[in-house]
Ligand binder design. Structure first.
Ligand SMILES: Nc1ncnc2c1ncn2[C@@H]1O[C@H](COP(=O)(O)OP(=O)(O)OP(=O)(O)O)[C@@H](O)[C@H]1O
Ligand SMILES: [Zn+2]
Length: 735
């Protein structure tokens, strides 16, 4: 038989994509490609993935080690998934092994143990050797290396063992353990009423027909642009039903925050046990069980957050991305992939259909639809002709001029009071948690900052603490200023706790609940709060973006955006877009059922175009103004952004590295005559210069879309030479 070699991808940061190993077993290529294997790299045992079988090796044959063990009974990656991983490696410049690793649930990673087996009990005089042999004998002739090291704690044990192996006294063996306990208990209780079959309205029917046709043909990409409450979910459900009817599977991606029990219940009610749910609140064992249910074809519909784009469905028919503009679709860890792009690519490879849905599509996606890269489906009306809510802007500068120093305008208070009287529900939205967002001394002006991060501490009234929202640092509120000892400590900038507190004082009889990351830490807290709102056991819901999107609260008629400026003032080229999306989405929670809705937006910049467009529910007008700015300033979609981050504990080193790298980049672009195609911003301190005791600097490149592929490998190589640097292509956040 001809020798065969496996090309194995390993999840190691640098080095080559694959390594060659000898195949000793008599197994067909098809049962090897895509299979997990245990191999030695240097003297480390590792789990790897066989991506190819060849008859030649990339190094001299006698240096090649064998594959130590094969895992699973059959390949875990299909050819299509391997192809997707190869594409990710090129697209995101990540190791092939890292791309493959992120396609598996965390629990699938094997724990490999090196075992020592006693072959014969030679008589030895060497003290260490006899200790080893005795220990092995006491353990029935077989011990894990780590356990043996504990019993025989000598430094040179490895070389002693090597001698014993050479003399045929012992041998090595590997055992492989999956590191999770398998648990298949995941079952969210249905929370909303049962779902009867829905007859689609005209605009839904058009969208469903177009998508179904594409699913039949196995090709197509759509942007479903439907206003809030236009019934996008029903379009997804019916398209998925159709895919299932013709024997195909579907993946539905939703942002983590909208993976609510409501969403899950909706899908479970429609598709029963064919649904697999995938989100970060699942334990490792639950994820593992779900993954195998999908892999084995027991689940045909997967509902999940970003990483569900890799769900191992067998016959892909459809991938839906709801709220496609959400930043959570972009991973900020290696591989730094964008689930929208991965979904598109996966659909191309597996003859699936892509549906991106949103009331407020990202500029990039809408631009792509305009160019004809995907088909635009529009649903301009709410279901049953319900009007979009009326939006009013309140200029908070005038409130101050009037002498109203509270966080609520007169108009908003009046509207809440009216709603309470009428027995209707209200939402107060605030994009920051905590009580006060910064605390300072009135005497000397000192602002209390985190000692580890360049950021103000947030006051949390329930615990009487100041907290850092980045690293979790906490201290009790100081009674006097740490610098000047004055007792005049003041609190500024309201967060959700403060809103809740003030609202309870003003309306003592109102039933108020707050929903933000602080109140949903306990298991099921999230579900319980939503349940209170659905059952109308709450009058006023106060919350962060957690309540802004995707939720269908039929009885809410008033939404107050307490401070629209918090998102507007973030130093990021997307801040106008984020503000427009947020205000439109949160406004979209109002007036979804019988009664008309009303929205009040408080701001210090009422003339801002993103707010003006949001007031009129005019996506087109916002898009036209914003896309013009992007084009003029060469921001995406008119360029690719490469963010190079440098971080470390010693600031001068970081600055030096940033300056050196910028110099190198300038040189390189000069030599390549790319000066007109790439703009270099920085080096400069990141907007948050210090986080968790690490200083952060950055260099931003705006790269012409046409030359991105020509230079990205060179830039990556440059960045890789600096151990303190990393790069992200088209990051979602510039902070
Ligand atoms: N054809 C229909 N007939 C009656 N009711 C419908 C129909 N389609 C959807 N609905 C109902 O309309 C409401 C709004 O639909 P849905 O939540 O899907 O809107 P959406 O477009 O996803 O909005 P958002 O962008 O705000 O999440 C839901 O309560 C849904 O059950
Ligand atoms: Zn901190």
């Amino acid at each position: 038989m001809k020798p065969r070699f496996a090309s194995v991808a390993l999840n190691v940061p640098a080095g080559s994509d694959t390594y060659s190993y000898k195949i000793v077993d008599d197994i067909s290529d098809d049962m090897l490609i895509g299979r997990r294997a245990v191999v030695m790299l240097g003297n480390r045992l590792m789990e790897g993935y066989i991506v190819d079988i060849t008859d030649h090796a990339d190094i001299e044959e006698d240096k090649i080690k064998p594959v130590e063990a094969l895992l699973d009974k059959e390949p875990i990656f299909t050819k299509a998934m391997l192809e997707l991983a190869f594409w990710m490696k090129e697209q995101y410049l990540c190791p092939l092994g890292a791309a493959l690793a992120c396609m598996l649930p965390p629990g699938v990673k094997a724990r490999i143990q090196k075992m020592i087996v006693l072959l014969n009990e030679a008589d030895v005089i060497d003290n260490t050797k006899s200790l080893i042999i005795n220990a092995l004998r006491d353990n029935k002739g077989r011990m894990a290396l780590n356990a043996l090291k504990k019993v025989v704690p000598v430094k040179n044990i490895s070389s002693v063992l090597a001698e014993l192996e050479r003399d045929g006294v012992i041998a090595y063996e590997y055992t492989v353990k999956e590191s999770v306990r398998i648990k298949d208990s995941y079952n969210e209780a249905a929370v909303s009423g049962s779902i009867s079959t829905v007859r689609p309205v005209q605009q839904q029917l058009q969208a469903i027909t177009a998508i179904n046709k594409a699913v039949d043909e196995g090709e197509g990409a759509f942007l479903l642009h439907g206003v809030t409450g236009s019934g996008k979910t029903e379009v997804y459900l019916q398209a998925i039903q159709h895919a299932m009817d013709i024997g195909k599977d579907a993946i539905v991606l939703v942002p983590e925050i909208s993976l609510t029990p409501q969403m899950v219940a909706l899908f479970t009610a429609r598709f029963g046990s064919s649904v697999a749910v995938w989100h970060s609140r699942l334990s490792m064992g639950e994820k593992y069980a779900q993954w195998w249910r999908i892999k084995n074809g027991q689940a045909q519909v997967v509902v999940g957050a970003r990483s569900a784009v890799f769900a191992p469905v067998q016959r892909l028919g459809l991938i839906v991305l709801d709220e496609e503009q959400e930043s959570s679709y972009k991973s900020d860890m290696t591989p730094k992939y964008d689930a929208r792009e991965v979904a598109k690519r996966r659909c191309d490879i597996e003859a699936g259909v892509l549906v991106l849905g949103s009331a407020t599509p990202s500029l990039e996606t809408y631009y792509a639809a305009g160019k004809g890269d995907m088909r635009l489906l529009v649903m301009p009306d709410r279901i049953n002709g319900k009007p979009l809510p009326h939006v009013d802007i309140v200029d908070m500068r005038q409130e101050i001029a009037y002498g109203n120093k509270s966080i609520f305008s007169r108009k908003l208070l009046k509207a809440v009071a009216y709603n309470l009287k009428a027995g209707q529900q209200s939402i107060l939205f605030m994009n920051r948690r905590g009580f006060s967002t910064f605390v300072s001394c009135r005497n000397c002006g000192l602002v209390m900052k985190c000692p580890h991060c360049d950021i103000s501490l947030v006051y949390h009234s329930d615990k009487g603490q100041l907290q850092c929202h980045y690293c979790g640092y906490k201290i009790a509120v100081p009674k006097v200023c740490p610098k000047c000892k004055s007792p005049y400590i003041r609190y500024f900038g309201a967060g959700t706790q403060r809103i809740e507190h003030d609202v309870k004082q003003i309306f003592p009889h109102a039933r108020v609940v707050r929903m933000d990351t602080d109140t949903v830490t306990k298991k099921n807290a999230h579900r319980d709060i939503l349940r209170l709102v659905w059952r109308h056991e709450v009058d006023i819901l106060v919350g962060t973006q957690m309540i802004a999107k995707g939720l269908d609260f039929p009885e809410v008629t008033l939404v107050g955006v307490v401070a629209a400026d918090t998102a507007l003032n973030i130093p990021d080229f997307r801040s106008a877009e984020d503000t427009f999306q947020l205000v439109t989405q949160v406004a979209g929670r109002a007036g979804r059922a019988a009664k008309p809705g009303m929205v009040i937006v408080q701001t210090y910049q009422p003339e801002h175009y993103s707010l003006q467009a949001a007031v009129k529910h005019d996506y087109e007008s916002f898009y036209r103004q914003e896309i013009e700015i992007r084009e003029r300033l060469k921001y995406p979609p008119f360029s690719n952004i490469v963010k190079i981050s440098l971080s470390g504990k010693h600031l001068p080193d970081i600055i030096k590295a940033a300056e050196d790298m910028a110099g190198e980049l300038h040189c390189y672009l000069n030599n390549m005559c790319y000066n007109n195609d790439v703009e270099i911003l920085g080096p400069s301190p990141a907007p948050m210069e210090k986080i968790k005791d690490e200083y952060r600097w950055q260099i931003i490149l705006k790269v012409d879309v046409h030359i991105m592929d020509d230079i990205k490998y060179d830039i990556k190589r440059m960045v890789d030479r600096y151990s303190c640097a990393s790069m992200d292509i088209n990051p979602y956040s510039m902070l």
